[in-house]
Ligand binder design. Structure first.
Ligand SMILES: Nc1nc2c(ncn2[C@@H]2O[C@H](COP(=O)(O)OP(=O)(O)OP(=O)(O)O)[C@@H](O)[C@H]2O)c(=O)[nH]1
Ligand SMILES: [Mg+2]
Length: 368
């Protein structure tokens, strides 16, 4: 039986997982390999799924809880990729607030499905915007428990990638690599940029190794982990925007919305993990993102479209109460719509604090 390469790329909210996975998927496709992707979220209506599909990739989605709690769904979703012809490589993106993935997902997969999948090393991206502070002993605007998750993600990595190096000065990059090296002296640590491709040859080479056997599971306190996740407000929402007569720039409004969210969250003192909006119309998409209180809002994908109507998907994760997050998002949507004379209808919304992770499997020692 053909063994499909199974690669997981983790890392904190907004670390650049989806961007890196898209780059890796393009790399493998360019080399003649068939690629399938799997996304994951605590809620439904994922920006990442639509964003990756818009780039032409085949994407399976596991919504509603993290992979460890939905292990069987991950297996079913991965098995359905490629329909009549299996992919050669499956790239998997876990939720950015998840950790202990080695013990709860990868080891069980290796043990139970070794005839189907060949595991690569667990790669974890270090988000520089919060990493600099958290590795320096601060909490980066989050609760100490959420900062604990950030560090546990890196601790269980087999390859750590300091991502977004294009955004760092040589001195900042050196300082972050030094901090990572001091804290994780045994690990393979690389620097790369999912956006520019700098350092990606090394990233690809490191993924060619097989996963190393882990002698014991990550030492982790599930009470702290659960508190860390529950300190985050989580919101997924869908909306429709329309102007009865004139066209408007999809890119400009998408970016303006995230700028408005960012101002509202700054006023509420809610540190963003990742606020992202995907707007779609006429088969094209625009995506705007905000990943840290001291970073600018970015239009990461432009549509260059002038439209009269568009559908929006908002995925927002920030430190603080989900009710406050919902208020900020709703008020911002209404404010921008009113300013531009647009009719805005919110068609669905889910907001909550993530529940305690309850893994289906947890392997504490390797199993043959
Ligand atoms: N400058 C720069 N920006 C990047 C890089 N990688 C990602 N970004 C930006 O960081 C933001 C978040 O990127 P994503 O790839 O969506 O991050 P993610 O880890 O998938 O986010 P979640 O799925 O929400 O946890 C977007 O604005 C990206 O354009 C990079 O290497 N350099
Ligand atoms: Mg993502």
């Amino acid at each position: 039986m053909k063994q499909v390469r199974f690669l997981m790329v983790g890392g904190f909210l907004g670390a650049g997982k989806t961007t890196a996975i898209a780059r890796l998927a393009r790399h493998y496709t360019d080399h003649g390999l068939r690629v399938g992707l799997v996304t994951n979220d605590q809620a439904y209506g994922l920006v990442d799924t639509l964003h990756l599909q818009a780039q032409g990739f085949e994407v399976g989605e596991v919504p509603g809880a993290c992979f460890c709690c939905k292990f069987d769904e991950l297996i079913d979703t991965a098995a359905k990729l490629g329909a009549d012809q299996q992919p050669d490589v499956i790239l998997v993106e876990p939720v950015g607030s998840c950790t202990d993935l080695m013990a709860t997902v990868l080891q069980p997969l290796q043990h139970l499905y070794s005839n189907q999948y060949r595991l690569g090393p667990l790669m974890v991206l270090c988000k520089p915007e919060h990493g600099r502070k958290i590795l320096g002993g601060e909490t980066g605007g989050f609760s100490p428990q959420a900062a604990y998750i950030f560090l546990k993600q890196l601790e269980e990595a087999q390859v750590i990638v300091l991502n977004k190096t294009d955004r760092l000065s040589a001195a900042e990059r050196q300082q972050m690599l030094k901090l990572l090296g001091e804290r994780f002296p045994e690990k393979n640590i690389l620097g790369a940029s999912g956006t520019t491709g700098e350092g990606f040859a090394e990233v690809v080479a490191s993924l060619e190794q097989d996963a190393q056997t882990v002698e014991s599971a990550l030492e982790i306190d599930y009470d702290i982990y659960a508190e860390g996740e529950a300190a985050l407000g989580w919101l997924n929402c869908a909306a429709h925007l329309e102007h009865p007569e004139t066209t408007w720039s999809l890119d400009e409004i998408t970016q303006l919305l995230v700028v408005q969210f960012s101002q509202s969250l700054l006023d509420a003192k809610m540190e963003p993990g990742h606020i992202k909006v995907l707007a779609s119309a006429e088969g094209s998409t625009a995506v705007a993102n905000w990943v840290a209180s001291d970073s600018p809002v970015e239009l990461s994908a432009a549509s260059k479209l002038e439209v009269k109507t568009a559908n929006l998907l908002v995925n927002a994760r920030a430190h603080g109460a989900p009710e406050k997050l919902q208020q900020c998002v709703q008020d911002s949507l209404r404010a921008i719509a009113a300013k531009r004379g647009l009719a805005c209808e919110i068609t669905s919304v889910q907001y909550f604090r993530p529940g305690r992770p309850e893994p289906i499997h947890r392997y504490t020692t390797p199993r043959g």
